[in-house]
Design a protein around this ligand. Structure first.
Ligand code: URA
Length: 411
């Protein structure tokens, strides 16, 4: 493999801004010319000016939000130049570093790069720089909630999803009935599902009985039968299918741990839809397998119930979906030249959104055993190609980050 050239310390400002924001060179140049970019404490108007890749940049419309005393966010460029409370002043050097986030996924979001009918998970991270490069490490079903790594680091995605890495995960499931007596043994031996060629690897099943203790203490009872599953495979609908084979239907599913990182140890554990940036030490924890005991599983279960109780906002998604589907249907009807009654369209879309909330992802979307890191680069190449920048791309050639002179490329 060709050795990468050392990155040049001084680079053109327009290139840096385009790289950090994901905007085209033309867009970057315009924002610079309009006085929208502060380098250190100086406003630079000429995009050709060379600046250090370690200089902190505040860019209008991208990272010029300021936190006031009440933690409210507002826009103020002058303050951005002077005020250390600027959120997210970022250098090109930082923008080149891999980003790793841990998201507590809400229901009704799809783990895919794009989807016509559902919100995609990465839209939750849209305020992050270079967010178009972020992808999910593995998949959770549309209706499954819980911990999900989202990153622009392809190697990390591969390491988390590759079957041979055997990353340990913990799921909590609410079932429609009590577990049969043989279920724990069947899970441990490895269950065979008719839709799978091979028997699943053995998994540890733990019935959760804390409910009864809480009932004794006079707490509000939680309905349903809960159980925890610890496993290291990631086959399509695996947890739901394993329960199906012991006669139980999963009515609610959440992932509460990946390796030694679990909802009780991270700041987003009680907040569906929230995410935070993982430190390198926390990334290591993802690969540290842990066999959780009952008390730890019950603590994660309580954490999840708290997250679920405060997540009403997440369940507005079907309304948003209905509006979006109505817009898509209207546009499609307009382009087909057909006349369709608006009310009818909105009604259809609302119904479709209701149904879609029940749907799961298609088989080939979930199966992490089938994951191919080439898919990621193919997707990325498609995402990054910017039609406005066609001439620039032609000049730059492929999608490598650096050119032969050590200039980083904008795509
Ligand atoms: N198993 C499932 O059935 N669904 C998921 O989303 C994850 C694991």
């Amino acid at each position: 493999m060709a050795k990468k050239a050392a990155v040049k310390q001084m680079q053109r400002l327009d290139k840096i801004v385009a790289h950090i924001t994901g905007w085209s060179r033309q867009q970057a140049t315009k924002v610079i010319r309009d006085g929208g970019v502060v380098v250190g404490e100086e406003v630079i108007l000429d995009g050709a000016t060379k600046v250090s890749i370690s200089a902190p940049l505040v860019i209008a419309g991208f990272n010029d939000l300021i936190a006031d005393d009440d933690d409210a966010l507002w826009l103020d460029q002058e303050a951005a130049a002077a005020d250390e409370s600027t959120l997210g002043a970022v250098s090109a050097q930082e923008a080149l570093a891999a980003q790793v986030f841990l998201l507590n996924k809400p229901a009704n979001y799809v783990c895919a790069d794009r989807d016509k009918n559902h919100n995609v998970v990465t839209t939750l991270l849209r305020s992050e720089r270079n967010h178009a490069n972020l992808h999910c490490a593995g998949r959770l079903d549309l209706d499954t909630t819980g911990l999900l790594v989202v990153t622009d680091d392809g190697a990390l995605i591969h390491n988390i999803t590759a079957p041979r890495k055997e990353v340990n995960k913990v799921y909590l499931a609410r079932l429609d009935r009590a577990l049969p007596k043989h279920a724990v043994r069947r899970f441990a031996e490895g269950i065979k599902h008719p839709e799978e060629d091979k028997r699943y690897q053995g998994a540890k099943l733990t019935p959760l009985t804390a409910l009864f203790h809480e009932l004794e203490a006079g707490a509000e009872p939680e309905s349903g039968h809960w159980a925890a599953v610890q496993l290291s495979q990631g086959r399509f609908h695996q947890v739901k299918r394993m329960f199906e084979m012991v006669g139980c239907e999963v009515q609610e599913l959440t992932r509460v741990a990946i390796g030694a990182l679990n909802v009780t140890k991270c700041p987003v554990g009680t907040k569906l839809g929230a995410y935070y940036r993982l430190s390198p030490a926390e990334v290591e924890l993802l690969f540290t397998n842990q066999d959780y005991e009952l008390a730890e599983l019950e603590a994660m279960w309580r954490c999840y119930l708290e997250a679920r109780a405060s997540a009403e906002a997440c369940y507005l998604a079907p309304v948003v979906l209905a509006a979006r589907q109505a817009a898509v249907a209207t546009a499609a009807a307009a382009s087909a030249g057909t006349e369709q009654d608006d009310d009818e369209l909105a009604g259809d879309a609302a119904q479709a959104a209701g149904e879609s909330a029940q749907e799961d992802m298609s088989a080939d979307e979930f199966d992490s055993d089938e994951f191919d890191s080439d898919d990621l680069s193919a997707d990325s190449a498609e995402d990054f190609s910017n039609k406005d920048d066609a001439a620039f791309e032609a000049e730059q050639g492929d999608f490598d980050e650096f050119d032969a002179d050590g200039n980083f490329r904008i795509y």
